[in-house]
Design a protein around this ligand. Structure first.
Ligand code: K1U
Ligand code: ZN
Length: 169
């Protein structure tokens, strides 16, 4: 297994729209294992392939306390979203140190293949529903800061560019 570098906002690659995974083969199984390890090491509850510069529709999630209940979503398709919505505090491994409120559906139903390629229906609410919506946005090239005001987004962009410049100095 390997730790993968995570793209940081405002890297334009984060706005790439992912293509469907064509086959759940050895390459995808290795990518899943690497993404799970990368997510765990970064103390995240989710990771989209887009964030590790692979532009295919694959997400890993683990919202369990002990990081012992991984969920793999391949080619996820939103089939239902609750009319009820709430603002939830979100973070993102691609925008380290930034947290803000985003309006999300309270519950969602998603159809996706699992790590063995079998089709599953996932019915989610709470943090899992929020995380699925956040990760599916990544696959569409959308980062959560794009829900914020242009003023906040520009401040975050400036802060991230400065932090990356300092880290590379
Ligand atoms: O996509 C990512 O960058 C992962 C992101 C997922 C996420 C967190 C919170 C709300 C929605 C989606 C993270 O895991 S950021 C890490 C983090 O802030 C966090 C970790 C554990 C619980 C809650 C937040
Ligand atoms: Zn994110």
């Amino acid at each position: 297994m390997a730790l993968l570098p995570i793209l940081c906002y405002p890297n334009p690659k984060l706005h790439t729209v992912a293509k469907p995974v064509q086959a759940v083969d050895a390459r995808i199984r290795t990518l899943i294992a690497d993404m799970l390890e990368t997510m765990k090491e970064a103390k995240g509850i989710g990771l989209a392939a887009t964030q590790v510069d692979v532009h295919e529709r694959l997400i890993v999630i683990d919202v369990s306390e002990q990081h012992e209940d991984p969920l793999v979503l391949i080619n996820p398709k939103l089939i239902w979203a609750s009319p009820d919505t709430h603002v939830n505090e979100e973070g993102c491994l691609s925008v380290p140190g930034i947290y803000d409120g985003v309006l999300r559906h309270d519950a969602v139903k998603v159809e996706a293949q699992d790590g063995s390629g079998a089709l599953r229906l996932i019915e989610a609410d709470g943090l899992l529903a929020v995380c699925i919506q956040h990760e599916m946005d990544h696959l569409m090239g959308k980062v959560f800061v794009e829900y914020l005001s242009p003023l906040k987004r520009n401040r975050i962009k400036t802060k991230m560019i400065k932090a990356q410049r300092e880290a590379n100095a």
